[in-house]
Write a protein that binds this ligand. Structure first.
Ligand code: GTP
Length: 426
């Protein structure tokens, strides 16, 4: 690679002049209202982006470069926090960015640990689960009666970083693509393309495209509308012909020989400019992802990828569906499906509730039996106590009776009575 060439030639390290100044800030999403004719401008837009690739391929740098914002901390700060994880993890970063009054809510789903394991056989699994779970959440939302206030979490695109080896795709790349290509719009990019020469890049691109074709892997292709104006048609064709984009990321501003300030990477022979279409495909990637095709990415996600997922899911539940993908044209069918799905859910709920009810009844019965036994023993205790009291009272009664008899015996001995006394007095 060119970096190795510098090393082997023992050239002095170039003095990099980095000038800190606010970047011109162009990202491209101010163009979004033009894409969303039907949506309200005020509501803002959202992009949910999945980012996958081996560590160190410049993913964080590219995301920061794309959105012109430090969404990810520089490598040094990250290093301590991100020791190699045991498995692939899912990390979500959200940000609200604004350009010329247009708001974009950005969700970046990062997958640290991908391809870093000793055994990468199932590295795709947690990622597929994440994609599915976001579809499931949406499916659940669709079946809700009250459908307000929902942030759609479906992933609109997957930016996949290919290592700039110059050879071909790796088995893991292919396996990953096969696992997700029916579920998310794949945008493969050749990472750190400044480490390859121009001819190496061209050859590498051809090999990658051949590998994709051989394995029947579908990547995102913007639609060419023949009735569009010539410039748009040519631009779109140009994007497609440049696939897969060979990109360079950098948020550093560097001064070129002719005095311009550009985002780029400095080399002894000059500067590689990020935002220069002659130097790399970054601008094309930005056009595809944000500026011109974000709506198409979103539409394809919800009308095709999500619909296919949904159909598959309903099939599993045993609910028959029509083959048409664009179901919204048949509201009755949609209603029927929703009803069937709802009923399937209800019957599951009912079964669950029945089980819980039976469990509760059993618990209650056990409790009752226990308290009955307790009551019985308490009753016995009280009864014994009362019997004892009765016996004591009877004893007392007898004693009193005896006392009374004794007293009567004393009374029967002759005593001067009132009467006799009266008689005596008379
Ligand atoms: P993890 O967070 O470990 O997954 O890495 P990452 O893929 O996010 O890579 P990161 O952006 O942290 O970049 C890793 C190193 O590559 C840093 O030193 C970057 O400066 C450098 N780098 C990023 N993009 C490019 C590029 O386009 N070309 C070159 N030559 N180096 C780059």
């Amino acid at each position: 690679s060119s970096a190795n060439v510098i090393k082997s030639l023992n050239l002095p390290t170039p003095e990099i002049k980095v000038i800190r100044r606010k970047l011109n800030g162009y990202v491209g999403f101010a163009n979004l209202p033009k894409q969303w004719h039907r949506r309200s401008f005020k509501q803002g837009f959202n992009l949910n982006l999945l980012v996958v690739g081996e560590s160190g391929l410049g993913k964080s740098t590219l995301i920061n470069t794309l959105f012109n914002k430090e969404l990810y901390k520089p490598k040094e700060a990250k290093a301590a926090a991100e020791e190699k994880t045991e498995s692939v993890t899912i990390k979500t970063t959200e940000a609200d960015i604004e350009e010329n009054g247009v708001k974009l809510h950005l969700t970046i789903v990062d997958t640290p640990g991908f391809a870093d394991q000793v055994n990468n056989e199932n590295a795709w699994k947690p990622i597929v689960e994440e994609v599915n779970s976001r579809f499931d959440q949406y499916l659940e939302f669709e079946n809700r009666i009250n459908r307000t206030d929902y942030q759609d979490g479906k992933l609109h695109a997957c930016l996949y970083f290919i290592e700039p080896t110059g050879h071909s795709l790796k088995p893991l790349d292919i396996e990953f693509f096969l696992q997700v290509h029916k579920k998310v719009n794949i945008i493969p990019v050749i990472a750190k393309s400044d480490t390859l020469t121009e001819s190496e890049i061209l050859e590498f691109k051809q090999r990658i495209l051949a590998d994709l074709k051989l394995n029947n892997i579908e990547i995102f292709q913007p639609t060419v509308y023949d009735n569009d104006d010539e410039e748009t048609v040519n631009n779109t064709k140009d994007l497609i012909n440049t696939f897969p984009f060979a990109i360079v990321g950098s948020t550093k501003e560097i001064q070129t020989k002719d005095g311009r300030l550009v985002r780029g990477r400095q080399y002894p022979w000059g500067v590689i400019e990020v935002d220069n279409a002659e130097h790399n495909d970054f601008v094309k990637l930005r056009d595809l992802l944000i500026r011109n095709f974000l709506e198409e990415l979103r539409e394809k996600t919800s009308k095709k990828l999500y619909e296919e997922y949904r159909t598959g899911k309903l099939d599993k539940l045993g609910i028959q569906q029509d083959d048409t993908v664009f179901r919204e044209f048949d509201p009755t069918l949609k209603q029927q499906e929703e009803k069937a799905l709802h009923e399937a859910k209800l019957s599951k709920l009912e079964a669950d509730m029945k089980q819980i009810f039976q469990q509760k009844v059993a618990e209650k019965e056990k409790k009752l039996q226990k308290s009955e036994a307790e009551l019985f023993s308490r009753h016995k205790e009280v009864k014994e106590k009362l019997l004892k009291q009765v016996r004591q009272l009877e004893d007392k009664k007898r004693q009193l009776e005896n006392q009374r008899l004794n007293a009567q015996a004393v009374d029967s001995t002759p005593q001067p009575t009132q009467k006799t006394r009266k008689g005596f007095l008379r």
